[in-house]
Design a protein around this ligand. Structure first.
Ligand code: PMP
Length: 311
């Protein structure tokens, strides 16, 4: 199983340091932090070793600054400085395989009680090896989901459109409930009762040859992978994509369903509440989409090269 394991060096507040020296005060309000989850893939051969490209750097760094604006956190570095920090973190670790990048911003002790600026916040960029799941045998693994008894957080209470650690307590409740009940993961409904997203990824379904995905107003994170998928599925693969609310019963009746996200990449769903989806697993459109996505990540799709930023 792939995952975020940490590494020897990280970039912290302007310089590359050993991760074990990235020490902070135990009194810091880490719960209020924001972050990004970004990946870099190997040029030509995403399963092998070689030069890395960061997937959709600009979209991720823009979302980080939007998250900061909404939560009234301040980032003392420019977007270009964070790109250089990311490159420095990857190079210090000498990574040549698929890499996960997780910029984090959080207040130092005392910063929550004043109108804090720049240096009142930590900015850390850890990087780590993160194996890709875009392989046929991993894709075909069974994934049993349940509809969570927990609702996705509402936008007017704790906005899911912001990538803040606090939101992951909601995801954690749903994920832990699913594991306790013997499922692999959960799909949450929004506070209106429509399908929202999974605990750490967005959801796409297939209905009669059309890909359907819930709108941002269904309490989802505006996923950068979802945005890329909407574009390439419709524009490059010629498959129609509908961004619209999905009723719970429609989810059960879908021909195919899969998760999409930076970490999840493409993860087909076998069943929801033990109701099996579709005739074949993984479904044909899911496989076509996963294959094309891995070509984009490898830099083999010229019209999507501008989604890749060299390390
Ligand atoms: N929803 C949630 C709750 C997530 O944690 C993630 C992963 N960041 C996503 C969706 C997918 O977003 P992205 O494609 O930007 O990684």
């Amino acid at each position: 199983m792939s995952g975020f394991s940490g590494s020897k060096y990280c970039w912290m507040n302007g310089e590359v340091i050993e991760t074990e020296k990235a020490l902070v005060s135990a009194m810091e309000p880490i719960y209020y932090g924001i972050f990004e989850g970004i990946r870099a893939y190997v040029e030509d051969d995403i399963l092998g070793e070689g030069d890395l490209n960061i997937f959709r750097w600009k979209a991720h760094v823009d979302r980080l600054f939007r998250s900061a604006a909404v939560t009234a956190l301040d980032i003392a570095y420019s977007k270009d400085e964070l790109l250089e920090g990311t490159r420095a973190s990857i190079k210090a670790n000498d990574f040549k395989k698929t890499t996960y990048i997780q910029p984090r911003v959080w207040p130092k002790a005392g910063a929550m009680r004043k109108r804090a600026l720049g240096t009142d916040f930590h900015v850390v960029i850890p990087t780590s090896f993160y194996d890709t799941d875009l392989r046929k045998e991993v894709l075909s693994k069974e994934r049993r989901f349940m509809v969570s008894s927990w609702r996705r957080i509402a936008s007017d209470a704790l906005p899911p459109q912001v990538k803040a650690w606090g939101n992951y307590a909601n995801s954690g409740l749903a994920r832990r409930e699913a594991l306790r009940l013997g499922f692999d993961d959960a799909i949450l409904l929004d506070n209106r009762g429509f399908v929202s997203e999974a605990t750490g990824a967005c959801l796409m379904t297939v209905h009669e040859g059309r890909v359907v995905t819930p709108p941002v107003t269904a309490s989802i994170l505006p996923s950068i992978t979802r945005d890329a998928f909407i574009k390439f599925i419709s524009e490059d693969l010629g498959i129609p994509v509908d961004v619209r609310d999905i009723a719970r019963v429609e989810l059960y009746a879908s021909d195919e369903a899969f998760l999409c996200g930076t970490g999840a990449e493409v993860q087909p769903i076998t069943s929801v509440d033990d109701i099996k989806l579709g005739e074949t697993y993984p479904g044909p459109l899911t496989m076509e989409i996963a294959k094309y996505y891995s070509e984009i990540l490898a830099g083999n799709v010229s019209k999507r090269r501008d989604w890749l930023t060299p390390v």
